[in-house]
Design a protein around this ligand. Structure first.
Ligand code: KE4
Length: 430
């Protein structure tokens, strides 16, 4: 067992001042049990906890660290930027460069607005769609997570699902009334809602590759039919690419799946590890946004030079190194093969999904294609597996319904260590 005395001390102190001792629930280890580790340093694929235990990690701050922790090119960009000050609350040139780069990398985006989190991006995108269509209702999918704006916390994924409150108290009936829930990968469930609410639905928002009920890829036929339905019914189709944007491909999940949304939302990677979000898409919709249009949307630190500098460095690195995704694919496929070989040798048939450098091993032998099949996973067994891996120096997401992220920094040694630990961990809990 690893010594985590300092983390335990810090956690008990934190709980006196911060709800649950954490600033985001999924960090609290509630679903895997035990004491969350307080991290004091990250470098490449490693993190160091308060007790100086080192781990090879696969959270990457829940997605931002496509290149591992603190890559030189992001650090240098931040140092250059901070020398000029942190934030001005006024337009800066780097914001133009960032907007141009996102538009260059994602063909469906014609105008883009920066915000400070994925939640702000998705809530603003739904507001823009409501303003553009004049319709109040929208459809989300069971198990998808779009951040914590009230109207999304209905049958939500990620921490809400992990902690057993997919529909949160505090969300008013009025707010929930306009949120309709369909089943992922089930076009009939969408059509039923659309035709029962004819001309009342302004938007459909989806994670085209879901990363918050574990990792689940939408079926291409389903997504194409969703696109057609939205076009026919004049509904704004929003792809929530906060996690998948620049993760699964240069152009995100929409490039992988070959379906074009009307609006997209981004976060995580585009901030290079700093607080960020963005939403963008068709000019006619985005021109609804204040000050050019009537739909109000604002933010004190939106487009702040620090986050823009780090994010621009990250995206520009992608633009200048298009082989990034070949590297990620090669490393991720190697890890997947090692884990699948382990499962086979142990006679286990847990369901595994992987899209590029995002993957998930579900503790179920059911084929996972939607929320209902995802929740057949044995989360207690996942908790045991999580701690078995942690004790071997491998830090995974402390929750079954999250993604495992490989970065360009993961070395063969890291991957081999992980594959070996994976086999021991499964052997110990089976
Ligand atoms: P933030 O507000 O947390 O920056 O982004 C919300 C969000 C929106 N859309 C998608 C597809 C997302 O995955 C997220 C946030 N992802 C979770 C991890 N599954 C954030 C981790 C946390 O809540 O601490």
């Amino acid at each position: 067992m690893i010594n985590i005395a300092k983390s335990e001390k810090l956690f008990s102190e934190a709980k006196n001042f911060i709800p649950g001792g954490v600033n985001s629930p999924v960090r609290a280890f509630n679903s895997v049990g035990g004491n969350p580790l307080f991290i004091k340093k990250g470098y490449g694929t490693k993190i160091l906890d308060a007790d100086d235990n080192e781990y090879v990690e696969y959270i990457g701050s829940w997605g931002p660290h496509l290149f591992g922790h603190n890559p030189e090119f992001i650090k240098e960009a931040l140092v250059r930027s901070i020398d000029n000050g942190t934030s001005f609350g006024a337009p800066t040139e780097i914001e133009i460069e960032m907007a141009k780069l996102i538009i260059d990398l994602v063909p469906s985006v014609e105008l883009v607005r920066m915000v400070n989190s994925g939640t702000e991006a998705t809530m603003s995108a739904v507001r823009a769609a409501r303003g553009f269509t004049g319709r109040e209702k929208f459809i989300k999918f069971e198990g998808c997570y779009h951040g914590h704006a009230d109207y999304f916390l209905i049958k939500a994924g990620s921490g809400a699902l992990t902690l057993g409150v997919p529909t949160s108290p505090g969300v008013t009936k009025g707010n929930a009334a306009d949120t309709l829930c369909a089943e992922y990968n089930n076009i009939e469930s969408v059509k039923e809602l659309v035709f029962a609410n004819k001309n009342e639905i302004g938007a459909i928002i989806i994670e085209p590759i879901a990363g918050n009920m574990g990792v689940i890829k939408s079926k291409i036929k389903f997504l194409q039919e969703l696109r057609e339905l939205c076009t026919e019914e004049k509904i704004v189709l929003i792809f929530d690419e906060v996690m998948t944007g620049f993760r699964v491909a240069k152009g995100g999940a929409q490039e992988v799946l070959g379906v074009k949304p009307d609006l997209s939302t981004f976060g995580k990677i585009i901030g290079g590890g700093l607080p960020v979000g963005a939403f963008g898409g068709k000019r006619e919709i985005m021109e609804q946004i204040s000050p050019v249009g009537p739909v109000y949307q604002a933010g004190t630190l939106s487009g702040n030079p620090l986050a823009m500098s780090a994010g621009f460095a990250a995206l520009n690195h992608i633009k200048e190194h298009p082989d990034v995704y070949d590297i990620l694919e090669q490393k991720s496929a190697y890890l997947e093969k090692g884990m699948k070989d382990n499962l086979e040798s142990l006679g286990l048939n847990y369901w595994m999904t992987r899209i590029g450098s995002m993957s998930c091993m579900f503790f179920t032998d059911v084929e996972v294609s939607d929320f209902k099949s995802a929740v057949t996973s044995d989360t207690k067994k996942y908790g045991q597996y999580f701690h078995e891996m942690l004790n071997q120096g491998i830090y995974l997401a402390p929750a079954q319904f999250e993604a495992m992220f490989v970065s360009t920094a993961h070395s063969k040694d890291d991957l081999d260590k992980t594959i070996a630990a994976h086999k021991i961990a499964l052997g110990n809990i089976s």
